[in-house]
Design a protein around this ligand. Structure first.
Ligand code: PBG
Length: 330
């Protein structure tokens, strides 16, 4: 027999008992407004290529972009991020294809803008899709040069803005690039083009599948540890974010997301700027493969995204964007 008073009067399980009650007390939610969809583009015509390292993700030739962009805009996904798979023969030591106004990214931006005026377009600023050594900047005597790289990056940013890009996303981790890009955009009257700085971008092993997707896997000489952050560090991320805010960033990104939730949270707690999380290719492939082999339930995807929201992200770049948007809209 129960003895009155021997149980706690506070029972947290009461609020969890019914579905309606759980919904009432939910502290976080994921909406379609939180999703950024990465899209890979490739040369050629009539191509939708599967990507070996990322099951369920494809590269589209420009003429085939219509279908995926239509689905995204119908679901009201706010922003699309374009990533180019540049053929080897267009890569060189300086990454000059990045400044070609007829390159894949430029053509994709123009094409998408023409047919979908209401969807935002974001494009990376970095040289790695275009260099034959796979680094994000100019390589000289095994060193990735900072200031010389920034000059090219600001020209790349300006070019992308001229094509109609809404959000310029420097992902190269050079020092001082946000300020120079902001000045260059302003000087050329692109005062409303936004800058999403990959402010805390770690030298991560979780980018592996992406490098296969953009064709840099066997190209990269060495590693990116001299410019991307060391995964042992967190205070340093606050210094990075602080600088990028001063230099004019409109939003900051933490990347990867799931292994770096602590960083998202500290950035959120320390600055009043929207922080985005990038659920990178390695995170995607781990989860997607486990779901496909029935090791995880598909709901694990939602759980992973919700945890990024809970940490404080206001938006998430995720390869699951279309699937999840579809699920949310039902
Ligand atoms: C390039 C870039 C990378 C990613 C986005 N932009 C790779 C890298 O820095 O090597 C990774 C994205 C992903 O893994 O999904 N600067």
């Amino acid at each position: 027999m129960k003895i009155l008073g021997s149980y706690p009067s506070v029972r947290l399980r009461r609020n969890r008992k019914y579905n309606w009650s759980r919904r009432l007390v939910a502290e976080n939610n994921l909406s379609i407004n939180d999703l950024i969809l990465p899209v890979f583009v490739t040369e050629g015509k009539n191509k939708i290529e599967s990507i070996k390292s990322m099951p369920g993700i494809f590269r589209y030739s420009i003429d085939k972009l219509g279908s995926i962009i239509y689905r995204a805009s119908k679901l009201k996904i706010p922003l699309i991020a374009i990533f180019p798979h540049t053929p080897s023969k267009k890569k060189n030591y300086l990454g000059s294809e990045g400044l070609n106004e007829d390159n894949l990214v430029c053509r994709a931006i123009k094409q998408i803008k023409k047919n979908n005026p209401n969807i935002g377009i974001m494009a990376d600023v970095a040289l790695d899709p275009y260099t034959d050594h796979g680094h994000d900047g100019i390589l000289k005597n095994k060193e990735v040069l900072n200031d010389e790289t920034i000059e090219i990056l600001s020209a790349q940013a300006l070019l992308q803005a001229q094509m109609g890009c809404d959000v310029i996303a420097p992902s190269d981790m050079m020092d001082g690039r946000v300020g120079v890009i902001r000045k260059t955009l302003d000087k050329n009257n692109f005062i409303n083009v936004q800058i999403l700085s990959y402010a805390a971008k770690y030298a991560s092993n979780f980018y592996g599948p992406f490098r296969n997707a953009i064709g840099t896997t066997n190209k990269l000489k060495g590693n990116k540890k001299s410019y991307q952050m060391d995964y042992k560090n967190s205070s340093e991320a606050l210094r990075e974010v602080g600088l990028d805010i001063k230099e004019g960033a409109d939003f900051v990104m933490v990347k990867p997301a799931l292994p770096y939730l602590d960083i998202i949270k500290t950035v959120k707690d320390n600055f009043k700027i929207p922080v985005f999380g990038y659920q990178v290719s390695g995170e995607y492939t781990m989860i997607e493969q486990s779901v496909r082999s029935n090791i995880l339930k598909r709901e694990a995807i939602l759980e992973s995204l919700m945890s990024i929201k809970r940490a404080g992200a206001s938006a998430i770049v995720t390869y699951f964007a279309l699937d999840i948007a579809k699920k949310i809209s039902n």
